[in-house]
Design a protein. Sequence first.
Length: 133
Amino acid sequence: MDLDRALDRGWISDVGIPASAELLGYVEAVMAVTDRIDEQAPTIPSPEVLAAKRALESSVGTEGLWEAAATVAAFTGLVRVADGTGIQLDDGVLGASVDIRARSGIDGFAGAANSASALPRSVEFSNVHDLFA
């Protein structure tokens, strides 16, 4: 998988996984509606979401579409819960995720302030257990 392309919000095309262009298009359409929801009452479902939904369903089938929708909903909910509770990254995850946080721009999100005292510290680990120690 091309992680740089997957993290580029302007890139909605193949990133090396099946139906990636359709998946990225669907996620971007859903998130665009989510981003606008506080500003205005959106048309539900929006024409962009309907078009992206049709494209994704034609690529992965109805079951694949439902799995994608459930995944988007789960991640959206988990992020809101984490932000709402002020959850912090533990030292292991904080140290091991420096590169991906820098590449994705996640340290710029408001919730990153909860772990700010240790940002952007980098730590090397020899095994998975050390990550959570």
